[in-house]
Design a protein around this ligand. Sequence first.
Ligand SMILES: Cc1ncc(COP(=O)(O)O)c(C=O)c1O
Length: 450
Amino acid sequence: MTNTVAGMHRFWTGPTGAGPPGIARAKGLHIWDTDGRRFIDATSGPITVNIGHGDERVLAAMREQAAQFCFAYPSNFESERSTELSRRLAALAGPGLECAFFVSSGSEAVEKCLQFARRAAIARGESARYRVISRNPSYHGSTRATMALSADPGYAPYLAGHPPGIHVPAPSSFRPPAGTAAGSYAMQCAEALRARIIESGPDSVLAFIMEPVMGFCGGADSAPPEYYRRVREICDEFGVLLVYDEIVSGAGRTGTFLAANRWPAARPDLVVLAKGLGGGYAPLAAFLAPAHLVDAVAGSGGFHVGHTHKAHPLACAVGLAILDVTLGDRLIENAATMGDYLRGALRAIQKQNPLIGDVRGLGLLNAVEIVADRDSARMLPRELDVVGRVQALAREQGLLIYGRRTHAGRFGDWIMVAPPLIATRADIDEIVAGLARCLERYRRELAGQA
Ligand SMILES: Cc1ncc(COP(=O)(O)O)c(C=O)c1O
């Protein structure tokens, strides 16, 4: 391992400085390290490499764009790439999301989206609206404002007062409060939103943001359709904008282009996309907004937020090529079919291993929750660092799992199973077999038999 790698990883691996191996090349679902070892990527990096690595069509589009121009600042020149990408996203997102604003990361896109919401409130003569309500648990990014939205207590004093987070509980299908069925709990969570809006002063509430299908913070959990419908009704009742953070769930990952496309009666006002939008080929993120709000903002002073790389032509060219591959190869349909197959295979190994408490997800956004006891959903002791240990064991099997222990494991320990949307049955079989081996090894280790 080179000093550069070790030194860089000191930022997030602690004093040992032990980073992961160097990467040599990547193709499809596979990555080879500098020692020639092959890994299969069970989580698309951090749920990003939706179409797999090294797709020649995307590489050709990048070369073509780069040969014309890489950069054009939007206030100097319009690039056809961004206008075309905006138009294509609008067609896929469905009614009411006609415009797209492009930036480079999910955190920026969430911030921009909420800044836009604030400008829209001012444009509509509702300048008292500024508060944003989010869910607990949630994850919306790593800038100061998005960390305040995400209810992670890790940075608490620094975030205090930045905007003070206003949180409501997120539904939980696996671990609702004792004596409450998951469906009723989801409806209680929706009513908690209503109560929180009233308590905060309805005229001061700008937006409610949530991940419709949770990513790392909730292990691919989602709620019954009535929850989304009720949340929409509540937002309508108080004139609150409903924002779906689809950074993980969007771009075809759950078997529809947006997860929102599943609930036509609960259309969001604004949607945030990232990760799969650029597929790891380029940093690309966006928020989608209705034309009437964009027009209102444009007519009342505009939306002058600077980011040097906003609507970056090369990133937008990548976004277009990724959409071509996604639609041309029917990857959204594949995500739906392979997702069913994957959950079936995971449920089969669940029968063999009592550590697997729950298998859940939509399309190819899935999680396996690891427990001490399945019936009571009791968690393993936090100090075991379950996610970290399972990741390490998986790596030994040549299986890459990206995981993050959200909120210090307070809401459970799960690993994501979210391979690229190009996954075949053979790929899924390989991933599930590797997982079965590593979870069995972990079971034996915990039982003192390793
Ligand atoms: C749901 C969700 N929102 C926002 C973000 C932040 O995106 P980025 O890491 O690109 O800033 C993430 C990243 O994991 C995410 O999962």
